[in-house]
Design a binder for this molecule. Structure first.
Ligand code: IMP
Length: 429
C-alpha cells in the first residue's frame, strides 16, 4: 500500500510542514490524526507563506484534507484559520475538507483551565501552547466531552453539559474562578455549529471508500515523538500519542494502512516549553543555531531552545514509531561551523546508557557523550543532489544515519518545496 505516515522524531518543529506539503502534492488524501491547533506548520510555496495550526497541510494544494477523530478541535480556531487561508486565495469546501463527527471539541473552559494550571504551577509549568489541548483530551478520556456530532443536537445537551460543567466548576472554584457561563457557551456553540457541521461526517467511512478506490493517503502527525504522552519526556509532553501508531486509531483506518513511516529529523535539536533537553546549548553556539534556524515557535512565537543533534533520542524515536526512513531538515543551519557535535550516548551516575530513561530525574541528570566531527565551509542551502553538498556534510548525514539505525529518505535543504534531495520516494518504496 502506497500510504505515508509522517511523524516528528524530536520535540516537534522539525520542519514537517514543508515535507508534508511536498508529499501532499502527490497524495490523494491528507489526514491529521492527533493534537489540535497547538501544531505550527509553516508552508512556503513560491512567494506565499501559509501558517497552519489545525488544518492538514494538503489544504493548500486543494488535496482532500481530513481532520480525524484523534484531533481535538477548537471550532473558533478552525473558522479563523479557514478564513485566513481563504483570504490568501486557498479554496476550502465540503469537497476538499472534512472533519470526523466524533471529534471532541476544545471549549473556552479548556483554554481557561490550561492557563490557570500553568499560572499556578509557576516555575514547574509544562510550557503548554495555552490552547486548551490537555484539558480537552482529559474530558475526552473522562467521557464528558462535547463532540462535533453534538453540535447538531444542542437543544438536548443538558445532561452532558451538567456532567461537564460540574467537573469544571469544581476545578474553577479551586482556582477562585466563577462557574462556567452555560448560557453564553450554548449561545456561542449555536452560532458556530452550522459552520462546523457542514464539514462533519463519519470520516472512517470516507477513508474506507478512498482506500477501496486505491487512494494514496498521507497521515500528517503533529508535534514529535518526544512529546508523546506515553513515550515522551513525561510530564513535559503534549496530551496525545504522537507516535505513528496513532494514525490508525486517530482516523479510523487500521494499522496496516500506515504504510511508509517517515520520521522528520532536524539536523540539530530544538525544543519549546519546559522539560529535559540533554544536548541543550545555553552558550553562543546555541544562540547561533537559533538565529540561523529562525527558531521561534509558529504558534506561540516563543524562542526555541537549541542544541546539538542527539542520536540517542532520535534512534529511540525511530524505534518506537517504526520509522522506515527519515527526512533530514535544516542541514544548512550547520553550514560554516568549524566543528559539529553529535550525542552518541549518555552518562548517568557513572554508567553509560545507550537509551533515554523514563524517570524524570534521570532524564534531567543524564550527561551527553559527544562525538566531534569537522564542519563544512561551503553551503548546503538549496542543494538538490548529493553533488551539490560539501563532502563533509555528506559525512555528517552518513554518520547520523548510522547512529540512528534508520536510512535517510530525503534531505531538505531550504524551506522551498523544490530544494530537496530525494534518496527514496516514500510513496513508491
Ligand atoms: P500543549 O500541547 O499545548 O499541551 O503543550 C505541551 C508541550 O508540547 C509544550 O512543551 C509545548 O511547547 C509542546 N508543543 C505542543 N505543540 C507543539 C508543536 O507543534 N511543536 C513543538 N512543541 C509543541
Amino acid at each position: 500500500m502506497a500510504n505515508v505516515t509522517v511523524v516528528g522524531a524530536q520535540w516537534g518543529d522539525e520542519g514537517k510542514g514543508k515535507i508534508v506539503d511536498w508529499l501532499a502534492s502527490r497524495a490523494d488524501v491528507v489526514v491529521r490524526f492527533q493534537g489540535g491547533h497547538n501544531a505550527g506548520h509553516t508552508l512556503v510555496v513560491g512567494e506565499k507563506v501559509y501558517k497552519l495550526s489545525l488544518l492538514p497541510s494538503g489544504i493548500v494544494t486543494g488535496t482532500l484534507s481530513i481532520i480525524g477523530n484523534g484531533v481535538v478541535l477548537d471550532p473558533w480556531a478552525l473558522k479563523a484559520e479557514i478564513e485566513k487561508l481563504e483570504s490568501q486565495g486557498v479554496v476550502i469546501n465540503t469537497e476538499n475538507f472534512s472533519i470526523a463527527e466524533n471529534c471532541p471539541l476544545i471549549l473556552p473552559m479548556h483554554r481557561d483551565l490550561d492557563a490557570l494550571r500553568e499560572t499556578a504551577a509557576g516555575a514547574g509549568k509544562i510550557g503548554t501552547t495555552g490552547r486548551g489541548i490537555g484539558p480537552a483530551y482529559e474530558d475526552k478520556v473522562g467521557r464528558r466531552a462535547i463532540r462535533v456530532c453534538d453540535l447538531a443536537h444542542l437543544d438536548s445537551l443538558d445532561a452532558q453539559l451538567d456532567r461537564l460543567c460540574a467537573h469544571h466548576d469544581a476545578l474553577r472554584a479551586g482556582f477562585g474562578q466563577p462557574a462556567v457561563d452555560r448560557e453564553a457557551l450554548i449561545a456561542e456553540l449555536k452560532e458556530i455549529a452550522p459552520f462546523v457541521l457542514q464539514f462533519a461526517e463519519p470520516v472512517w467511512k470516507r477513508l474506507n471508500t478512498v482506500k477501496k478506490a486505491g487512494a494514496r493517503v498521507l497521515f500528517e502527525g503533529a508535534q514529535g515523538v518526544l512529546l508523546d504522552v506515553d513515550h515522551g519526556t513525561y510530564p513535559f509532553v503534549t496530551s496525545s500519542n504522537t507516535v505513528s501508531g496513532t494514525a490508525a486509531s486517530g482516523s479510523g483506518m487500521g494499522p496496516s494502512s500506515a504504510g511508509f513511516v517517515l520520521g522528520i529529523v532536524k539536523a540539530y535539536t530544538t525544543r519549546v516549553g519546559s522539560g529535559p533537553f540533554p544536548t541543550e546549548l545555553e552558550d553562543e553556539v546555541g544562540q547561533r543555531l537559533g538565529e540561523r534556524g529562525h527558531e521561534f515557535g509558529t504558534v506561540t512565537g516563543r524562542k526555541r531552545r537549541c542544541g546539538w543533534f542527539d542520536a540517542v533520542l532520535v534512534r529511540q524515536s525511530c524505534a518506537i514509531s517504526g520509522v522506515t526512513g527519515i527526512a533530514l531538515t535544516k542541514l544548512d543551519v550547520l553550514d560554516g561551523f568549524e566543528k559539529v557535535k553529535i550525542c552518541t550516548g549518555y552518562r548517568l551516575r557513572g554508567k553509560v546508557l545507550d537509551y533515554y530513561p523514563s524517570h524524570a530525574a534521570d532524564q534531567a541528570a543524564v550527561e551527553p557523550i559527544y562525538e566531534e566531527m569537522d564542519g563544512w565551509q561551503g553551503t548546503t542551502a538549496g542543494a538538490r543532489s548529493w553533488a551539490d553538498l560539501p563532502a563533509q556534510a555528506i559525512k555528517y548525514i552518513q554518520r547520523v544515519q548510522e547512529l540512528i539505525e534508520t536510512p535517510v529518505a530525503l534531505v531538505s535543504t531550504s524551506p522551498e518545496r523544490e530544494d530537496t534531495i530525494l534518496v527514496r520516494d516514500p510513496f513508491i518504496d
